[in-house]
Design a protein around this ligand. Structure first.
Ligand SMILES: Cc1ncc(COP(=O)(O)O)c(C=O)c1O
Length: 345
């Protein structure tokens, strides 16, 4: 079979041989009783990596985000988030369906500079007609924002605003280690400005399954109960945790390779006729390519690439999103560029 270069997402990464080995040998117990030693190690390690008191393992980032919202809010509360936030855009309406909260999209919550005034304008005052604003959600790196990083100093401004208004902050840090590695900073410099943080083990970090939600001990205790309510209490989950431990111990620094490959891809694309890439916007492992000037829609472009062995999804009518990761080499990026060159020729 011809080689497939899969740039749809870093979720397609497969576990390393070492992870498979560790999963095979993992000591396990019933995690609902708190008796899985490997899971207990992972949860302690995850909490430490993001500087929080405690952490809990969940089967997916979506469940991590939703359990966080459920734990922060009460029915009828309002939460402020970016209109392109994963929590709002890609989580199947779970905010309404599971937590019965109302989303208040606001601009200015991500990117190199946040817009404190715009965020503040979205906070409700004490009018009897209004819902209670409870939570601000941030996303770093920002998926639909092309993997963009919000610097810690900007997060701090949102945290100060939240504090002034008595609001909590949840950070969707699915790719927080990409943000940390790309900016040469510790993940804790970002996460210290959030009350809770979710991050994924199964994206660039290459574990087969799982995400972590971290926060203070009391919050995580309540999150554990909510996870159980949603059916997310797992039993001998140490099998999965064993891979997660390696993800955190061994796979963070190598994200720099993915970032270098994204840069290579972006520069190659920028040199092609018709397609457009905002080079300054490529900060981590995501590259957004605009196809409008070629007259080829994103869907059609995606089909033409797939026919030549390169997979990437359309993320807007005239946009393709490429995501680099462990299972795509530099050489494959060069091949993908050859394929795209053929299409735009
Ligand atoms: C920013 C962000 N948050 C949350 C998620 C959800 O993760 P999962 O696919 O594990 O549910 C994703 C997945 O792509 C994501 O990009």
């Amino acid at each position: 079979m011809a080689e497939i270069i899969d740039l749809r997402s870093d979720t397609v990464t497969t576990p390393t041989e070492k992870m498979r080995e560790a999963m095979h040998r993992a000591a396990v117990g019933d995690d609902v009783y708190g008796e899985d030693p490997t899971m207990n190690r992972l949860e302690a390690l995850a909490a430490e990596k993001v500087g929080k008191e405690a952490a809990i393992f969940l089967p997916s980032g979506t469940m991590g985000n939703q359990v966080a919202v459920m734990t922060h809010t009460q029915r009828g509360d309002e939460i402020i988030l970016d209109p392109e936030a994963h929590l709002y855009y890609y989580e199947v309406g779970a905010l309404a369906a599971l937590s019965s909260v109302q989303a208040r999209p606001a601009q200015g919550l991500h990117g190199k500079k946040v817009n404190v005034e715009a965020i503040e304008a979205a906070i409700r005052d004490k009018n009897i007609h209004f819902p209670k604003t409870r939570l601000i959600c941030l996303e770093n790196t920002h998926n639909r924002g092309g993997g963009s990083i919000t610097p810690p100093e900007e997060m701090q401004k949102v945290a100060e605003l939240a504090k002034r208004h008595g609001l909590a902050i949840h950070l969707d840090g699915a790719r927080i280690f990409n943000a940390a590695v790309a900016s040469g900073r510790d993940a804790r410099e970002f996460t210290r400005y959030a009350d809770s943080v979710m991050f994924c083990l199964s994206k660039g970090l290459s574990a087969p399954v799982g995400s972590m939600l971290a926060g203070n001990r009391e919050f995580i205790e309540r999150a554990r109960k909510n996870r159980k309510m949603l059916g997310g209490g797992m039993r001998q989950a140490g099998i999965l945790a064993a891979a997660g431990i390696l993800a955190l111990e061994e796979m963070i620094q190598r994200l720099a390779e993915d970032h270098a490959n994204a840069r290579l891809l972006a520069e190659g694309l920028a040199a092609l006729p018709g397609v457009e890439v905002d080079l300054a916007g490529v900060e981590t492992n995501i590259v957004a390519m605009e196809t409008r000037r070629t007259g080829i829609t994103g869907e059609e472009f995606s089909r033409r690439m797939a026919a030549r062995g390169v997979k990437a999804n359309a993320s807007a009518p005239y946009r393709i999103r490429f995501v680099t990761h462990k299972d795509v080499t530099r050489q494959q990026i060069e091949k993908a560029l050859d394929v795209i060159r053929e299409i735009v020729a």
